[in-house]
Design a protein around this ligand. Sequence first.
Ligand code: NDP
Length: 281
Amino acid sequence: MATILDGKMIRDQILAELTPRVAALAAIGAAPELAVVLIGNNPASEVYVRNKIAACEKVGIRSRKLTPAATVTTEELLAIIGQLNADPAVNGILVQLPLPPQVDSGLVLDAIAPEKDVDGFHPVNSGKLLAGAPGLRPCTPSGVMELLRRYEIPIAGRRAVVVGRSDIVGKPMAILLLAANATVTICHSRTFNLAEECERADILVAAIGRAEMLGEEHIARGAVVIDVGMNRVDGRLTGDVEPEAMARLSSAYTPVPGGVGPLTIAMLMSNTVQAAEGRHK
Ligand code: NDP
């Protein structure tokens, strides 16, 4: 029987561990605060932001929501980021993606002060990740690492295959697994024989964004399967891996929902606390 890797349980553990750290910061007048910038009225973004603010409330992190109009310009957003960068009360700045088409997302994200970049997307933080230096890590892949660590799943020396090479998930995931001494393969849409690559994996991470694209031909018996995918199909949330194949062949897997999703928010909280502690030091 495969172990179901319970992201909600690990999220709750992480949040419970953060609560006293937040209280300790508050006690010395350095309470962490997360500023969330939400533009337009994309229903999915609104749900994500609501969940992030709810998690802040759970651990005692103060939150501030800014909602510029959907017609906002790059310059106006840069001015908002500039104010948040300069505000000593704010430790974390999160700009909810996607941004409207008229906005230059790259410019906006790069304008966030690296020490307040709790999403871990700034080039300074990507560089630190690559160099193995301390810094703010992207939340989804660092959540996966936390899950593997807490379930005591060995990584060193094992073959890890990451399907997907986005800057947000796939690439940082591969780098974190490499840093943990896995032997890492990165697959993408131009990979010749995806099933052949995947079925060699001891740890298979799917971060593709295509509903149930990976099936039994991609999963080695006994592999650990991490399904990062979040796809809406007929209103239902599905992952990138067929749940039945995952349950039957793997030794452990993350369900969708209830696997990786909750960890992303937990790591956002963790980054915000880390940023606040870093500033205080
Ligand atoms: P992107 O669209 O940015 O990247 C998808 C990657 O998958 C690309 O590298 C692409 O390859 C690769 N890919 C696409 N089609 C294929 C294929 N047929 N065969 C092999 N590789 C393929 O997505 P993200 O990385 O942002 O997100 C991936 C998934 O994770 C999505 O479902 C997203 O919703 C989910 N997600 C979940 C989070 C969570 O908290 N659980 C957080 C963030 C994302 P190429 O580079 O060649 O185009």
